[in-house]
Write a protein that binds this ligand. Structure first.
Ligand SMILES: [Mg+2]
Length: 229
């Protein structure tokens, strides 16, 4: 039986119309004076910490702790600004699924497993009144590697529940191959959803336990039984 469901954010719950990329590029320009710094970089499924380290590597900028802190502060400030400007949207079926899971299966813990830094995740989800659904989470500033984030999310879920969890009690919901891999790395199953940057066919080839076009195809209680069978 599934006891914990860990959701990715971008492409899975919400579409922020590239607000994160805009904020990161503008913050990099303000702090390091380089325009279009993230051009060509793929953001889907990557952690913020990984993306930051890629920017330092690609542009051969030495990491200075004080300037990095300034960069993060500007990034978060600009993310807030761009989220208000870019007219993002909740993805189909999200609100109904979260509400059904909370109301119909109260024993199941809802959590986050996202590459977004914690503050970025909170800003994005508060835009859509979703932040309050989630009791636990692992975030992009916890580690640069998504598989490690899955371990951290599992550990925090265990502490929240006060007992150890087996991988098969955990379900990861995400929109990229990275989500599928990180789920399997902790023995969890994955519900892959085709509302992000990866095609439905590619997700099917990634061996997710279930692939749906969007979350309107998922009914809360059925999901728990089906995925843990
Ligand atoms: Mg995603």
């Amino acid at each position: 039986m599934i006891r914990v469901i860990l959701f990715d954010i971008d492409g899975t719950l919400v579409d922020c119309r590239g607000a994160g990329r805009l904020a990161m590029e503008r913050a990099w320009l303000e702090i390091y004076g380089i325009a279009d710094a993230a051009r060509g970089m793929k953001f889907g499924g990557r952690t913020d910490q990984f993306l930051f380290s890629e920017l330092y590597r690609i542009h051969k900028v030495p990491v200075d702790a004080t300037r990095h802190e300034q960069f993060i502060a500007v990034f978060i400030h600009l993310l807030h600004h761009y989220l208000a400007q870019t007219d993002g949207s909740l993805l189909p079926g999200v609100w109904g699924l979260l509400r059904r899971l909370r109301e119909e299966v109260p024993g199941v813990v809802l959590g986050l497993l996202t590459g977004n830094a914690r503050l970025a995740a909170e800003l994005k989800l508060r835009c859509f009144d979703l932040w309050g659904f989630f009791a636990v989470g692992a975030f992009g500033d916890d580690h640069h590697c998504r598989n490690r984030l899955a371990e951290i999310a599992l550990d925090r879920s265990e502490r929240y529940l006060g007992r150890e969890l087996e991988g098969r009690e955990v379900l990861v919901v995400g929109d990229t191959l990275h989500d599928v891999r990180c789920a399997h790395s902790i023995g969890a199953s994955c519900l892959a959803v085709g509302t992000g940057s990866v095609s439905w066919d590619q997700l099917r080839e990634a061996n997710a336990e279930r692939v749906v076009r969007d979350l309107t195809e998922v009914k809360g209680c059925d999901l728990l039984g089906e995925m843990s069978a």
